[in-house]
Design a protein around this ligand. Structure first.
Ligand code: ZN
Length: 427
């Protein structure tokens, strides 16, 4: 029987799908309208052939995104309406008996099976689209190996975590959601320390940045900004893609700065210093702590909502489950929460873009001038064939970073204050 709750979810699926397709449509029109010549604002930055290529790349990604959106929405509707989930749950319960281990096995299996339909599109993205624009450096072997490693990691880490969360319901009763949240939080904090040491090296090789001018320059910057970093590492990002990046991992004494080898190839030394200054800016302005806190609050709300839904017979009934066990509520929440959080993404991205502006300003201040950062941003946009003219509604919805033009304007508009005397760090 189709209930109101089911119709409501159906409406949410269609609304999200329609909004995504509409945003893609707007963006496509906007990019096409600017496609003929390089817009005046970018004439000094990018040459005609590279601009034309970036337009083609954007349109190709847009096409794939539209296919993906329709495909995913159709798939979700089939999964929800076919009754395959409650059928699978009953199957697991009758095979393995109604235990926490069986429930967790069901959730894990569904999680794995649901990634399968997306594989062809992911494959196409890497080996057709990225390949065509010269970004792909991944081999078939490496690509499949990555997926296999991901699966094994999920089994080693995700499955025990699921068992633990479900066990908490037995152990702690009505307040299970608070305990589950605490457990997840502890796990995430542990991963912050463990991942750089044990997990990232499974996928990439990290080598210390060799002695020399660049290393000296970057450690100098770290000292000037009193940013304690244990080491600066180079990651072989070129093994998979020509896209470039920089980040730091871990916290406290475990902190490591990581530069992609592709980034080092693309940027001049002062530009690399500016990029690192930007990253340090995120740290100094406490963006990382704030983001962690916000995500912790988000998952607290999530667990609370699951605990409420787990008591609602209509919720189970709407999707063909028998009320009682927690696993179906966890699964449905996992499948459906994105339909709601999608509408909050402009807010989350607005917050993130604000952080980017602040980190840019920090970088310009410690570099005494915005020039190197602007140079770096221009090169990165050019090398990554970024869309220089996204539709404003599209970028507001999807962009976690301001566009090149917005960042340049903010950097140039900002009066660079006289250098503040920053004491070098003692250690
Ligand atoms: Zn940033």
């Amino acid at each position: 029987m189709i209930t109101i709750a089911f119709w409501f979810v159906l409406g949410l699926v269609l609304a999200k799908c329609a909004a995504q397709l509409w945003l893609d449509h707007l963006n496509r029109q906007y990019v096409r309208a600017h496609a003929d010549t390089v817009p005046a604002a970018f004439r000094d930055i990018i040459d005609e052939p590279t601009y034309a290529k970036s337009v083609k790349y954007t349109l190709a990604k847009n096409r794939l995104a539209r296919i993906e959106t329709s495909y995913n929405a159709t798939l979700l509707l089939i999964i929800l309406s076919s009754g395959v989930l409650p059928w699978g749950f009953r199957l697991f319960m009758s095979w393995l008996g109604p235990s926490v281990w069986a429930s967790a096995a069901f959730l894990f299996t569904v999680g794995v099976v649901l990634t399968l339909p997306g594989l062809p599109l992911e494959w196409y993205h890497q080996f057709r689209l990225e390949q065509r624009f010269g970004f792909n450096t991944t081999t078939q072997r490496l690509w499949w190996l990555d997926r296999l490693k991901g699966l094994l990691l999920g089994l080693a880490l995700g499955y025990p975590l699921l068992v633990l969360v479900l066990k908490l319901v037995e152990w702690t009763g009505g307040w299970w959601w608070l305990w589950a949240w605490g457990t997840l939080l502890a796990f995430q904090l542990l991963m912050l320390v463990v991942a750089p040491v044990l997990i990232l090296p499974l996928f990439n090789k990290f080598t210390p940045l060799p002695e020399g001018g660049l290393r000296e320059r970057l450690f100098n910057l770290a000292a000037r900004t009193r940013f304690h970093a244990r080491s600066i590492q180079v990651m072989d990002g070129s093994k998979r893609s020509r896209h470039s990046n920089a980040f730091f991992t871990g916290f406290g004494g475990f902190r490591k700065i990581v530069l992609f080898d592709t980034l080092i190839q693309q940027l001049a030394e002062p530009e690399l210093e500016a990029v690192l200054a930007h990253e340090i800016g995120h740290f100094k302005k406490k963006h990382i702590t704030k983001t962690l806190l916000l995500s912790a609050l988000g998952s607290l709300a999530g667990f609370f909502i699951i605990s409420l839904l787990a008591k609602q017979e209509w919720f189970y009934g709407a999707f063909g489950f028998t009320p009682g066990p927690l696993a179906p509520a966890l699964l449905l929440f996992g499948l459906l929460s994105g339909l709601v959080t999608f509408w909050f993404s402009p807010l989350a991205h607005w917050w993130s873009r604000r952080h980017e502006f602040q980190a840019d300003a920090f970088a310009a201040e410690v570099m005494n001038e915005p020039g190197p950062l602007i140079g770096a941003l221009r090169k990165l946009n050019e090398k990554n064939l970024s869309n220089l003219t996204p539709h404003p509604a599209y970028s507001r919805f999807y962009y976690s970073h301001p566009t090149l033009l917005e960042r340049e304007r903010a950097l140039q508009g900002q009066r660079v204050r006289r250098p503040r005397l920053l004491r070098p760090c003692s250690s």
